[in-house]
Design a protein around this ligand. Structure first.
Ligand code: DQA
Length: 172
């Protein structure tokens, strides 16, 4: 009679991580993608966007992801085509989840939306500010209806909440 072996998700990940470290790769990758002007976090409209720099936020996220056994990569660009190219490469780069703050492209970018639909990598849309409590042109998002979820209005804490949600989803 065959004996079935049941492993918890963490046990499976630990085995995968050990195997991955032997062959030099880590399997589960989360990509944090930030759009235009978010490189200025910390100095850009601090009353609205806070005092934390993007580097500080990414550092905290990286530590949190690593503690849970995930690898986190971050990319920021002010250029739409660079963000599109990063999304197109997501599958080749073995990205399993994207945390995306499209910034101003939220309200304009069909190109980014199409890239996300093309790769079909799940993503969470993040906004530091509550876009629905701001100017009317910010109420329209090209991403919310295709996102796994949306976090808005909690400053940089929103990135952490989104990361925890992504990890929970990846753990199935
Ligand atoms: C933002 C909101 C956008 O409307 C704005 O253009 C940004 C930042 C936010 O994080 O609150 O650049 O995405």
């Amino acid at each position: 009679m065959t004996k079935s072996i049941c492993l918890t998700f963490m046990q499976k990940r630990s085995i995968i991580s050990k195997e991955a470290s032997i062959i030099g790769t880590i399997t589960s990758m989360i990509l944090v993608l930030n759009g235009p002007n978010l490189n200025l976090l910390g100095t850009r409209e601090p009353d609205r966007y806070g005092l934390e720099s993007l580097e500080q936020t990414v550092q905290k996220l990286t530590q949190l992801a690593e503690k849970q056994g995930f690898e986190l990569k971050s990319f920021q660009s002010n250029a739409e085509h660079e963000l599109v190219e990063k999304i197109q490469k997501a599958v080749v780069d073995k990205v399993e989840f994207i945390l995306l703050n499209p910034a101003a492209f939220t309200h304009s970018s069909v190109a980014l939306r199409d890239a996300l639909l093309a790769v079909a990598v799940p993503f969470i849309e993040i906004h530091l500010s509550n876009i629905y409590a701001r100017e009317e042109f910010r109420h329209k998002s090209y991403f919310s209806d295709i996102a796994a979820g949306v976090v808005a209005g909690f400053g940089t804490l929103g990135y952490e909440l989104a990361l925890r949600a992504a990890i929970t989803k990846l753990q199935g």
